[in-house]
Ligand binder design. Structure first.
Ligand code: SF4
Ligand code: SF4
Length: 341
């Protein structure tokens, strides 16, 4: 395991971090075991979010006694200052700490998000103030929308950018990563397994390790999974012709059904929450159907408003058949609801 600078923050972190979603589906003791195994394997960067249910609480319990030796990153989806402060205080409490190393504005995808965040009483004011108070060390940002992510980097306001990056979603490697490097920002890669679509860890990390300053944030749901990834990082990286063929096969198979969460399809005139509904299947597999039916209840209820007008599908750069996928996901949600009572 290498330890590398997180951009120009002055922080040094393990070259692979810990993504905080899959521990949601574990009971607290098991989550703590997984987190401790990660820590003992040399992982020092832990990324979570206020919206990831009890993920912050589990991280706080597992790593409270080694707080000074780890870098804690979390996020808020709030766009206004008041909600942001409330989320930040909650994160501090849950993670049993009096400072967050990296506090990120979560999923800034559309212009209206950015206008609210930067307007009077917006989230940016709150995080800058919290940084002055010492509650936050560095401010970062996350997005799934490439054009917006590039714009966010160019603002010069953030220390890190977090964007999806894996061998199916490679778009970030050009303009986004280049711009972030020029500004000395830390580059964090969410979704190293494309949200569960890539089930070959060996090949997934062979791709990622070709980008040695990009810090991948895989989620872990068992100590064995931690061991598997840690052992990959102990070996030299060799990418063979067969590996490239495997990557190409995944790209061909998944390219036509895989939602990148870029939000170009929104807004829906009927108010359907398209992007989260498009990812219901992946969310259910990562969180478990029992948790997902509650987590996604409002989202999935909005799908019933769909009139199948097709406006969203016309805007999707990947030509995904959105109304059909939404219908399938709604049926899956109803099945999960019936099975989980
Ligand atoms: S459906 Fe298409 S446009 Fe909408 S978020 Fe997914 S990939 Fe982007
Ligand atoms: S097809 Fe459905 S989800 Fe898409 S824009 Fe029309 S009503 Fe909204």
């Amino acid at each position: 395991m290498r330890y590398i600078p997180l951009g120009k923050t002055g922080l040094t972190v393990s070259e692979v971090g810990f993504g905080g979603i899959p521990i949601i589906r574990l009971d607290e003791d098991t989550a703590v075991t997984v987190l401790r195994r990660a820590y003992e394997s040399g992982i020092t960067l832990y990324d979570t979010a206020n919206i990831y249910l009890d993920s912050e609480k589990k991280i706080g319990r597992a790593l409270g006694d080694v707080r000074q030796k780890v870098v804690l990153a979390t996020k808020t989806l709030y766009r206004e200052a008041a909600g942001t402060m409330e989320h930040l205080e909650n994160s501090l409490h849950m993670m049993r700490t009096d400072y967050i190393d990296l506090y990120q504005l979560h999923q800034i995808a559309q212009e209206k998000d950015w206008e609210t965040v930067t307007g009077p009483g917006g989230a940016l004011e709150a995080v800058i103030k919290a940084k002055e108070q010492g509650k936050i060390r560095f401010i970062g940002v996350t997005s799934h929308n490439l054009a917006m992510a590039v714009k966010l980097v160019h603002t010069g306001l953030f220390s890190t950018i977090q964007f999806p990056f894996n061998f199916i979603e490679e778009a970030a490697k050009d303009e986004l990563h280049t711009a972030a490097r020029r500004r000395g920002m830390g580059i964090l890669a969410m979704k190293p397994f494309a949200g569960g679509m890539i089930d070959n860890a060996q090949v997934a990390f062979k791709f990622l390790r070709r980008h040695p300053d990009v810090i991948a944030l895989p989620g872990f749901d068992s100590p064995e999974r931690v061991d598997e990834v840690a052992s990959i990082y102990q070996k030299a990286n060799t990418v063979t012709g067969d590996d490239l063929k495997i990557m190409e096969r995944y790209r061909k198979e998944l390219g036509k059904q895989f939602c990148r969460r870029c939000e170009y399809c929104q807004p829906c005139p009927q108010g359907v929450m398209i992007t989260p509904a498009m990812t219901y299947k992946v969310v259910a597999s990562r969180m478990s159907p029992r948790i997902a039916v509650k987590f996604a209840e409002i989202t999935m209820q909005s799908v019933t408003l769909c009139t199948e007008c097709g406006e969203c599908a016309d805007r999707c750069p990947y030509k995904l058949p959105i109304p059909d996928i939404l219908k399938g996901h709604y049926e899956l949600y109803e099945r999960h609801k019936a099975e989980c009572g």
